[in-house]
Structure formats: C-alpha cells, structure tokens
Design a protein around this ligand. Structure first.
Ligand code: FAD
Ligand code: MLT
Ligand code: ZN
Length: 476
C-alpha cells in the first residue's frame, strides 16, 4: 500500500489490484503527477481521484473494468484532455479513477488500397495524419488541438474541426470500432467495410457517447487521396448575408472543392494579436468580418479558379479585400492565426462559450438576433465569435465587459445561455455542434432535449451500463 492509498475513499485492496493490472509504469497516484489529469483544458473543472491508470493493451482495460465493476468504482476515460466541456474530468466525490489511453497508441494496420488505417485509441490525431501522408493518403480530421488530442477522444466526442464541409465529422470517418463494454467484455467491431447492412450499426452507439457507454480501444478509419494542391485565402467580407452567399459561390466556382470555410470576426483576431507571438494581420485595413477559405484537390488545380472567384466577389461587393497564400509558409501562417483563437480567448479570461449550429441559411438571423438580445441584457458584453460557418457551426462566445469582475460576470452565465439557446432552438439548431455535452452543458442538454430522446438515451445507458460505472455526471 502506498501512502496515497490510505487517503482514498476507494478500497485499498481494489486499488492494489488495479495497479497490478498495469504494472509499475502504468499508474499515477501521487498528488503532483495526478494534478493535470484532474483539471480540464479551460481550467474550469477540477475533480478528485486517487488514481490514473495508463494501460497499454485492450486486455488490460478489460481487466480494469472488471475490477471496477466488482468494487463499484467509477471510471473516467481520458484521452488528450483537450475537451471543452469538462467531460474527461472526474467529479469531486473521489469515487472515480481515471483511465488514460495515452499508452494505448499503436498503429495496428494500414491498408492503402482499402483506404483504411486501424489505430489504437491513444494515437495522437496528428500522428495518424502523418502516418496517412507517408502513403500518399489523407486522414482529414483536423482541429487546433490535433497535436495533443487522441483519436479515442475524437471518437467519443464525435469531433468536427475545419474539414467537415468536405469530409464530414468523426462519425463519417469511421468504419469499425473496438470497445471495452462497461461489463468488461471486449466488443470487436473493427471492420474495414464501406458497405455492411447487418443489423444495427453498433459503432455509432459509442461515437459521441463521451465515455458513458464504454472505453473505445481502437478504430478503423477512412482515408482519402492526399491533396496535391491547396488554394487558401483570407478575405474581408462585408456582412453576414454576404458570407453565406460567398460560401455558396465558393462551392460552385471550385467544383465543390471547398475543404474549409471558416468565419473569423475582428474581436477574437485582436485578442490573437494581443496574446500571441508572430501573428500578423494578413490585410492592410481592419474589417469586422473575415472568411478563411481553402480549396483542395488531389489533382493539380488551376490557381486561377480561386483568383477568379475572389475577383468576382470583389466586383459584386461581397468582399472588400483579400489575400491568397502564395506559399505553404503563408498558408500555414493563415491557419496559425485561426487555430490560435481558442488559446487567445482563454488567455483573455472569463467568457461564456457556445458551440451552436443552425442551418447555414439562418446564420445571419441567428447572429443578429442573439447579439442584440445579449447586449440588451448585459450592455458592454463583448461578442467574440468565430467558427466553422460552412457547417452552420459557430463558437458564439461572449467575453465579460472590460470593467466587470469574473465572479459578477459568471452570475449572468445562465441567463446568457438561455437567451442564446432559446434563439438556437427557435431556428431548429443544436446547442452542441461538435464539442459534446460533458458537465458544462448538461443542464442545457436536459432542458432542450425532447423527453422521448432522453428516455431512449437512458434506456441505452441502463442496458449497457446497469451499474452506472462509466463517466458519471456527464451527458445524462
Ligand atoms: P478528452 O478531452 O480526453 O475526452 C473527451 C471525452 O471523451 C470525455 O468524455 C472522455 O471521457 C471521452 N473519452 C476520451 N477517450 C475515450 C475513449 N478511448 N473511450 C471512451 N471515451 C473516451 N473540437 C472539435 O470538435 N473541433 C474543433 O475544431 C476543436 N478545436 C479545438 C481547438 C483547441 C485549441 C482545443 C484545446 C480543443 C479543440 N476542440 C475541438 C475540442 C477537443 O480537442 C475535442 O473535443 C477532441 O475530440 C477531444 O479529444 P481528447 O483526446 O482531448 O479527449
Ligand atoms: C475551434 O474551432 O477553434 C474550437 O472548436 C475551439 C473553441 O471553440 O474554442
Ligand atoms: Zn471548432
């Protein structure tokens, strides 16, 4: 028994058995090393747990889950811990252990002609992208946290990112899964088939389930031909209706070759310049609204397509200025600017975040109505929105009024959420487009979700996890 175990609420004998499963390299139980596992990326949720396990095989995870069932120990699965909603952070009861997939990180199988890659859950997203690129293939999931988030976390949150318009979200990129069920059984569904109509599609139960239905241990993912050519531009757009028209035009003019269409507003950009290093304004004059647009193709693309598209948009008054990246370095600089926005917002301090989606055609109405309503409620509040407008998904965030204290600002959080989410609901939208529910959005989720949907979800949860050991306090 270690001194740390004596302080835990959990049975010492169970903790010892769990440590034995993973061996001395596979667990963390001292306070200092545990700390990062107990705090979420935004620093808003801190939990309590005596133990983080770091298994390196599926069988070890199955053994861990069996022991937890026997002793009624709760399990919080954790990948890269980059999630936005506190879904990978234990609660403060001290009755959970963390199961980190960081060491379960092998590439199991590459099949170039089947355009698939089978990977373990702890593979870092960027490593999968690199692995695919080496065989002239693309794994298209791409997001700002790709250097640290893991594919298991991407699957469990059904992550989106900047290429959804062209390739779909995580759910669309999976052919098979392997999962340890809450009773400790291993479900092997690692198929690499694009067509398979044999009953319910079980993998979809686990995608987006935020660790509440089992621990994903491996996945077979879809690959695509690697793009040979990118055309990337940063354009100052004159208004919200114009940005939607620009998207429509970009899709037509590029032969539906738009892989990213991101909206950026001036306030988060200013925060990026203020808090980041080596980030330059791409255009001479500031504008309220920008689009970062990328066309890509696995064939050689005629650069004149993007030039022609922008010229027509300038002539027709949709765009007031624009720059096209002339090199890979310039392209990367534009993307660095976009990817730094969440970090800049975090550094700036207290904000109320939303990850909403509405039909693309309703974006202007949504933004205008919501900003007016929130401003009327709390004058001086600062809208700092940006996001994947091509998917109808905005990170529709508000920073506190400059002179307000964090504590006072957070007293308004629920009312701001209500104002924004009522408008989202009235437009047929979603309160979580890509980040999931976790702890942060649980109350809103329970409020806005129809009772029949909640009933079905609870039935599924009770069937798969009758002892309720998987990720308590998240989602449902
Ligand atoms: P974690 O945060 O560790 O876990 C997230 C959830 O998944 C938790 O519920 C956890 O219990 C569960 N989980 C983790 N691994 C498993 C497993 N193997 N089995 C079962 N459950 C598991 N998200 C987007 O969708 N699009 C973006 O564009 C985007 N950009 C981001 C940019 C930045 C800078 C940051 C910090 C985050 C961003 N995110 C984005 C959010 C985040 O990166 C994603 O939600 C990501 O998918 C989380 O992966 P993770 O490995 O960090 O998971
Ligand atoms: C992004 O698109 O940058 C993210 O999903 C992160 C965020 O919302 O802050
Ligand atoms: Zn996003």
């Amino acid at each position: 028994m270690s001194p740390d175990d004596s302080r835990s609420l959990l049975p010492v004998e169970a903790l010892e058995q769990l440590k034995n499963v993973v061996g001395h390299k596979g667990f963390i139980s001292n306070e200092a090393d545990l700390a990062p596992y107990l705090l979420d990326w935004r620093g808003q949720f801190r939990g309590i747990s005596p133990l983080a396990l770091r298994p390196d095989t599926t069988q070890q995870i199955a053994d861990i889950v069996c022991i937890c069932n026997e002793y009624n120990i709760k399990i919080v699965p954790q990948g890269g811990n980059t999630g936005m909603n506190g879904a990978a952070t234990p609660d403060d009861s001290g009755s959970s252990i963390i199961v980190s997939t960081a060491r379960l990180n092998k590439i199991r199988h590459l099949d170039p002609l089947n355009y698939t890659i089978a990977v373990e859950a702890g593979c870092v997203l960027q490593n999968i992208q690199k692995e695919a690129a080496q065989i002239d293939r693309l794994f298209p999931l791409s997001l700002g946290a790709e250097g640290s988030c893991q594919i298991g976390g991407n699957l469990a949150t059904n992550a989106g990112g900047v290429n959804v318009l062209r390739y779909g979200n995580m759910r669309d990129l999976v052919l098979g899964l392997e999962t340890v069920l809450p009773n400790g059984e291993i479900w092997s569904g690692l198929k690499g088939l694009r067509k398979d109509n044999t009953g319910y599609d079980l993998k979809h139960l686990f995608i987006g389930s935020e660790g509440t239905l089992g621990i994903i241990t491996a996945a077979t993912l879809k690959l695509f031909p690697k793009p040979k050519h990118f055309d990337t531009c940063f354009a100052a757009v004159v208004g919200l209706q114009e940005i939607i028209e620009l998207l429509d035009r970009a899709r037509h003019r590029s032969g539906d070759g738009v892989s990213s269409f991101e909206l950026i507003t001036r306030p988060p950009l200013e925060l990026a310049f203020q808090h980041g290093k080596n980030l330059a304004d791409p255009l001479a004059e500031p504008s309220e609204l920008y689009a970062l647009i990328e066309f890509s193709s696995s064939a050689e693309v005629n650069e004149e397509i993007m030039e022609g598209f922008l010229e027509s948009a300038l002539t027709d008054g949709l765009v007031s200025d624009a720059v096209i990246a002339k090199s890979e370095t310039q392209r990367q600089a534009l993307w660095r600017l976009r990817e730094f926005l969440p970090e800049a917002e975090k550094i700036e301090g207290a904000s109320v975040k939303h990850d909403i989606s509405v039909p693309v055609s309703s974006i202007p109405e949504f933004v205008e109505t919501a900003i007016l309503a929130v401003n009327q409620y709390l004058p001086g509040i600062r809208p700092i929105y940006f996001g994947h407008v091509g998917d109808g998904n905005l990170h529709f965030n508000f920073a506190k009024p400059k002179t307000m204290k964090d504590k006072s600002f957070f007293l308004h959080k629920d009312k701001i959420n209500e104002i924004v989410l009522d408008i989202v609901a009235s437009l047929g939208g979603s309160l979580s487009a890509e980040h999931g529910i976790g702890q942060l959005k649980r109350d809103s989720f329970l409020h806005y979700t129809p009772s029949i949907d909640l009933y079905l979800m609870r039935q599924l949860k009770n069937t798969l996890d009758p002892n309720k050991i998987m990720n308590p306090g998240k989602l449902l």
